[in-house]
Write a protein of this length. Sequence first.
Length: 87
Amino acid sequence: MTRAQTPSTDPDEPIFGVCGPDGASICCRICGAVDEVTVHEVPSMAGYGEDTSMTCKRCGSVETTDPIFGWRATPATWPPTPEHEQP
């Protein structure tokens, strides 16, 4: 690959999955990071249920859920686009 690509562009595919012995770890399916996931759960602004967010610390991919919109995945581009040096 000569430029950055998203390995899975299907918005119906989960970004995070379980891996390791007995499924004890969480893996990012975009960049391959293991146990580098931040999880936030807060009471929903809808007034019932919870809003959740899982973010990969390495690539920035995100999965969110809430009672109104349901589950959504936002995969990051991997590998990241190299930064160009300023002349």
